[in-house]
Design a protein around this ligand. Structure first.
Ligand code: GAR
Length: 212
């Protein structure tokens, strides 16, 4: 896999998105060279170990400040010499310095149809607002929380029977197709981040692509 795009994945939990990416490494021409979790003992670490991927825990609770944590995280990520950094359920706000350092090569998946509902509790907020639609977005990470240029989205209809949990589950199913697809575009050098905008195959993406 020597020509494969070197990817570091950051997680904080279960890692079902990580699994979807692990399962498609060959197809996407990527190699996950490291998985870093800010929480110990999460299932995502086991998933990586089962796939013989190097893992590291950097427990944020043992750092005195966000700055100190992110400085160490930045060095740890760099030690893998990645071409792409993927946030797959990584639940920490990053310092502007860290974000700037990896600008244009860091992708995040967020469970809402951004720009709706940046931040936490997106499923509850969509239900409480009486929305008929909900979904997930993949975007380049910039200094604005969940605010970088959106590359692609997947959507579903909210039904009367949906709960926070059912939406979380249904959205993850969509994410497992959406995220690998966008990562594959990046690995194939089809995606570019320039002046806070995204280009796919050299064309400016004026609105997010909808992935079915
Ligand atoms: C995913 O739904 C992802 O969109 C969300 O966390 C979940 C992680 O699930 N990310 C965020 O909320 C980031 N703000 P997973 O650990 O099973 O992949």
């Amino acid at each position: 896999m020597s020509n494969a795009c070197r990817v570091v994945v950051l997680i904080s939990g279960n890692g079902s998105n990580l699994q979807a990416i692990i399962d498609r490494q060959a197809e996407l021409s990527i190699e996950i060279v490291g998985v870093i979790s800010n929480r110990p003992d999460v299932y995502g670490l086991e998933r990586a170990q089962q796939a013989n991927i190097n893992t590291k825990v950097l427990d944020h609770t043992t750092f005195e400040s966000r700055e100190l944590f992110d400085n160490e995280l930045s060095e740890l990520i760099e030690s893998y010499q990645p071409e792409l950094v993927v946030l797959a359920g990584y639940m920490r706000i990053m310092t502007q310095e860290l974000v700037k350092h990896f600008e244009g090569k860091m992708l995040n998946i967020h469970p809402s149809i951004l720009p709706k509902y940046p931040g936490l509790n997106t499923h509850r907020r969509a239900i409480e607002a009486g929305d008929s639609e909900h979904g997930s977005s993949v975007h380049f990470v910039t200094e604005v929380l969940d605010g970088g240029p959106i590359i692609a989205q997947a959507k579903l209809n909210i039904t009367e029977n949906d709960t926070e949990q059912s939406l979380a589950d249904r959205i993850k199913q969509l994410e497992h197709t959406l995220f690998p697809k966008v990562i594959g575009w990046f690995a194939a050098s089809r995606l570019e981040f320039k002046q806070n905008q995204t280009y796919l195959d050299g064309k400016l993406l004026s609105s997010p692509l909808l992935i079915e």
